[in-house]
Design a protein around this ligand. Structure first.
Ligand code: FAD
Ligand code: NAD
Length: 468
């Protein structure tokens, strides 16, 4: 067997694995990265990029149509799918491989698994390779869709987010199972492209955010003709001889009939069957410290979706930078800067995670909801404001509807959370992230004067509402 030695072996060349490898190479170490499918991972080909490419045309059209004086406009589904194909690089990773080469990272194609201390076996098309890491092995294997155990569901061959984001045709009738981020984004895309969409959720939509978010997204989907059920538990699924799918719900005699069914019921980390079972707990998670190193290990790190701390591309890449820098520091025998907010730790995972849901209206949140702040025992106060009341909102869209909630830690006089819903709010989020991470006192935020007439004037109104 081919045996190769390097400094760091990364399993998984998604956005997170790529970033760890890049960081350690920049730090002067050598790195090999192992990839079983396409370099670039889920995000590039079946998640962030294609889904956002599919969502943008509908959002752009509606943004224009919300301004009096603009007339006409329609989506061309074929052209929308073709644009998406370009954003998914036609599912060809040549560009990403070139990037790896430019960054000085060795690519080893095949399925990797840990076979011993600092050892990885790669099963590739041309035989097995053993990679020996002088310093660290990093697991960046991402996550896979979770398909619930509903009778008949797997046999009905449902779509997951992969088939939905890579779809080459628009189903006439689409059912979507789930009420989280994937479900609402997929429902938005296919409603825009002309499908008759039924969204089957067992609970209110987007439940991890403030309650007003799910309500606004649900109402907007309904306005656009999506049937949204928030009490739907599928009892049985079957695919008929005509190709249609029947979803029988508990407590409902009538089945939902669709041409395709998308299962969007969450994801699970890919941490099984890769030789690290000893590090995986009963709850199917790994216990890592803030440098992303597995507790009790000197050399094993888990990052990104595989670590399941904050399963988002930007947050995984942030973990990757912390882990990469920590690996380099440890390799050089340097003292690690492990204080909260220091360079080698992914502190933001615990209370400053930003997320944008690209529905229409968009939803954006960072930090804690009011309920989470209360659960953490903070003396927190929620401050609400109607985004539509800001002068800039009316200029952006006639009848602009949106809402913002800030969560203030009263003992420290700082922001610990912000949630917005409304057209275009995604681009407003980073100011809130900076305020939270910077722990900027509200009394100082008062002096950050928002330009008139922009939507950002909500900052001033929120502070006034708070009592400043
Ligand atoms: C539909 C959808 C839309 C999304 N949209 C967004 C968004 O807009 N913004 C956002 O921040 N996040 C979004 N996410 C989440 C985002 O896709 C993930 O957080 C991100 O891809 C995680 O990156 P990763 O590198 O950890 O894992 P992945 O991107 O999953 O990459 C892991 C890589 O490891 C490889 N691999 C796995 N096992 C092995 C093995 N044993 N050997 C070799 N290689 C292996 C895989 O083939 C893959 O290439 C979305 C997710 C979905 C499903
Ligand atoms: N814009 C973005 O940032 C973006 C977009 C898409 C996905 N993502 C990420 O991808 C990941 C996966 O998203 P997701 O929407 O699949 O997961 P999720 O955890 O956000 O939502 C899962 C949904 O499925 C429901 N569900 C779970 N088990 C079920 C069952 N047995 N029967 C019926 N319903 C069930 C849950 O109640 C929930 O509504 C998340 O981490 C998400 O943040 C992010």
């Amino acid at each position: 067997m081919d045996v190769r030695e390097t400094d760091v072996v990364v399993i998984g060349a998604g956005p997170v694995g790529e970033n760890v490898a890049d960081r350690v190479v920049r730090g002067g170490l050598r790195a090999a990265i192992v990839e079983a499918e396409l370099v670039g991972g889920e995000c590039s080909y079946w998640a962030c990029m294609p889904s956002k490419a599919l969502l943008r045309p509908g959002a752009a059209l509606r943004a224009a149509q919300r301004v009096a004086g603009v007339t006409g406009g329609a989506l061309d589904p074929e052209a929308v799918l073709a644009r998406r194909d370009r954003f998914a690089a036609e599912w060809d990773d040549t560009g990403q491989v070139r990037w790896l080469e430019g960054a000085g990272i060795e690519l080893v194609r095949g399925r990797g698994s840990v076979t011993g201390e600092r050892r990885v076996r790669v099963a590739g098309d041309d035989g097995d390779v053993e990679l020996r890491a002088r310093h660290a092995v990093v697991i960046a294997t991402g996550s896979a869709p979770r398909v619930p155990d509903v009778p008949g569901l797997r046999a009905a061959n449902p779509w997951t987010s992969r088939e939905a984001t890579a779809a080459q045709r628009v189903p006439g009738r689409l059912a979507v199972l789930g009420g989280g981020v994937v479900a609402v984004e997929v429902a938005t895309v296919f409603a825009d492209l002309g499908s008759t969409v039924t969204l089957l959720s067992r609970s209110p939509l987007l439940r991890s955010m403030e309650p007003f978010v799910g309500e606004a997204v649900r109402d907007a989907l309904r306005e656009r003709g999506v049937e949204v059920r928030e009490d739907a538990s599928p009892a049985e699924v079957s695919r008929g001889s005509d190709g249609s799918v029947a979803i029988r719900l508990a407590d409902d005699a009538d089945a939902v009939i669709a041409d395709e069914l998308v299962v969007a019921t969450g994801r699970e980390p890919r941490i099984r069957d890769i030789g690290i079972d000893d590090a995986v707990g009963d709850d199917d998670s790994v216990d890592v410290d803030d440098t992303m190193r597995v507790r009790g290990s000197e050399w094993l790190y888990v990052v990104g979706d595989a670590a399941a701390r904050a399963p988002l591309t930007h947050q995984g890449k942030y973990e990757a930078r912390a882990a990469g820098d920590a690996i380099v520091a440890r390799a050089r025998g340097e003292r690690l800067d492990g204080e909260r907010w220091a360079r080698h730790v992914a502190t933001a995972d615990h209370g400053a995670v930003p997320q944008v849901v690209f529905t229409d209206p968009e939803a954006a949140s960072v930090g804690l909801t009011a309920a989470e702040a209360a659960q953490r025992g903070l003396r927190a106060r929620a401050v609400d404001y109607d985004l539509g009341a800001v002068a800039g909102a009316g200029l952006l869209a006639d009848g602009y509807a949106g809402h913002v909630r800030a969560v203030v830690d009263e003992d420290r006089g700082v922001l610990v959370g912000m949630t917005l819903v409304g057209p275009g709010v995604g681009e407003l989020l980073h100011a809130a992230t900076i305020a939270i991470v910077g722990e900027v006192p509200l009394a100082r935020l008062w002096h950050a004067v928002p330009a008139y007439p922009t939507l950002s004037e909500f900052w001033l109104r929120l502070l006034e509402e708070y009592g400043l």
